[in-house]
Ligand binder design. Structure first.
Ligand code: PLP
Length: 392
């Protein structure tokens, strides 16, 4: 077969770190082992039935069989505004401050192309969700990493950023509740972010993918709740985790009108918007009853409790109990790297976890454990880890 060479743009894309892990997991499963996969961030529960029913009904609406409006259905953008008002008391203007996305991932990757020129600088968390880097690489821009350390509750320490980096940076990615560390943001932190961004003319992109998943009675804050936030950036929200709709590919960006216009512009050239019936079901999700969302957060909270008590019993005393997301960030025992320990758990306990260094150099020394399996499987995983006796 003739090999056509990839463009320089594609060659800049970072390696898919977790591909090796997926392959090894599949191998063990193919050999017939009972593998407990806590390595991925794929919600395991179904979309609430009233949302599926809305899609079924809407699928037969002939209007939706045509092209959707390029910039998304006005009723979905209105539903987004209602959602932000109801959940966060944030006012948004539907046509200028909301962009409909094919999932958060698309928006997070295309944003760099919207705002960065080759050689520009973007600030991003380390460890962090890998797709921020994908967008930066496609834009041929440079990353400047902000370490997320346990001693700072996994928030970046702005005072450690040099004035040169702050001067150069055009864009900053943040994500709370945080993947992979499960850290959460405070009002003070977001307020500090707004003033830093204003002072240095940096556009903030807050990835709010786990916005619905707060524990112990704490509701995660939206970045847009901070005064002046809309002046300084956007927030990206997805229905993937809130409503178990990861396969549906629905998300949206909200906030600064100039950034929303740029996102809409790039999307005018790349896509026609989502299938109308999906947009109608998404509006149903945002506007309809939210009891399933509360039940979902309670389910993850119970799983968290099972995991944390099981791992403490196994001897992992330093693990912090996450206040949000569906992840826990576990320190590895002394004498192991993240990869060595993840390999040990995979090979000896058939428990899949994600080694922290896959999310950045400051992820070294940790594993990310997903709460995306039922409680009895999480319990079983902890018992298998306890049997290894590695924490003693
Ligand atoms: C932090 C973070 N942002 C964004 C996404 C992507 O969400 P979506 O399914 O909407 O593309 C994920 C998915 O795992 C995530 O963990």
């Amino acid at each position: 077969m003739t090999q056509f060479e990839q463009s320089q743009t594609l060659k800049r894309l970072p390696e898919q770190f977790f591909a090796k892990l997926v392959k090894k997991t599949q191998q063990l499963e193919a050999e017939g082992h009972d593998v407990i996969n806590l390595g991925q961030g794929n919600p395991d529960l179904p979309t609430p039935p009233h949302i599926v029913d809305a899609l079924k009904m809407a699928a037969s609406n002939g209007n939706y069989h045509k092209y959707s409006p390029f910039r998304g259905q006005p009723f979905l953008k209105k539903a987004v505004c209602e959602f932000y008002k109801r959940e966060y008391d944030v006012d948004l203007e539907a046509e200028s401050e909301v962009a409909v996305l094919f999932g958060a991932k698309t928006g997070l990757v295309e944003l760099s192309q919207c705002l960065l020129n080759p050689g520009d600088t973007a600030l991003l968390p380390d460890p962090g969700y890998p797709d921020y880097m994908s967008g930066i690489a496609l834009a041929d821009a440079n990353p400047a990493f902000m370490p997320l350390k346990q001693e700072n509750n996994f928030l970046p320490s702005y005072k450690d950023l040099t004035s040169k980096v702050l001067e150069q940076a055009k864009l900053m990615f943040l994500n709370y509740p945080n993947n992979p560390t499960a850290g959460t943001a405070t009002k003070d932190f977001f307020d500090e972010t707004v003033s830093l961004a204003k002072k240095h003319h940096i556009c903030v992109c807050h990835d709010f993918a786990y916005g619905a998943l707060g524990f112990d009675g704490e509701k995660p804050r939206s970045f847009l709740e901070s005064e002046g936030a809309k002046e300084t950036g956007i927030e990206i929200y997805t229905l993937s985790k809130t409503y178990n709709m990861a396969g549906w590919r629905v998300g949206f960006a909200v906030g600064n009108a100039s950034v929303i216009e740029s996102i809409n512009l790039i999307q005018d050239h790349m896509y026609v918007s989502l299938f109308g019936a999906v947009q109608e079901a998404a509006a149903t999700a945002l506007k309809g009853p939210q009891d399933e969302v509360r039940k979902l957060a309670a389910t993850y909270e119970r799983r968290r409790n099972t995991l944390i008590s099981g791992l403490k019993k196994a001897g992992c005393r330093d693990i912090q109990s996450p206040k949000g997301t569906f992840f826990a960030w576990m320190p590895v025992p002394e004498g192991f790297t993240s990869e060595e320990f993840a390999n040990l758990l995979l090979e000896k306990a058939h428990v899949v976890t994600a080694p922290g260094n896959g999310f950045g150099t400051h992820g070294e020394g940790f594993l990310r454990i997903g709460l995306v399996r039922p409680e009895d499987r999480i319990q079983e995983a902890c018992e298998r880890i306890e049997k290894l006796g590695v924490f003693n």
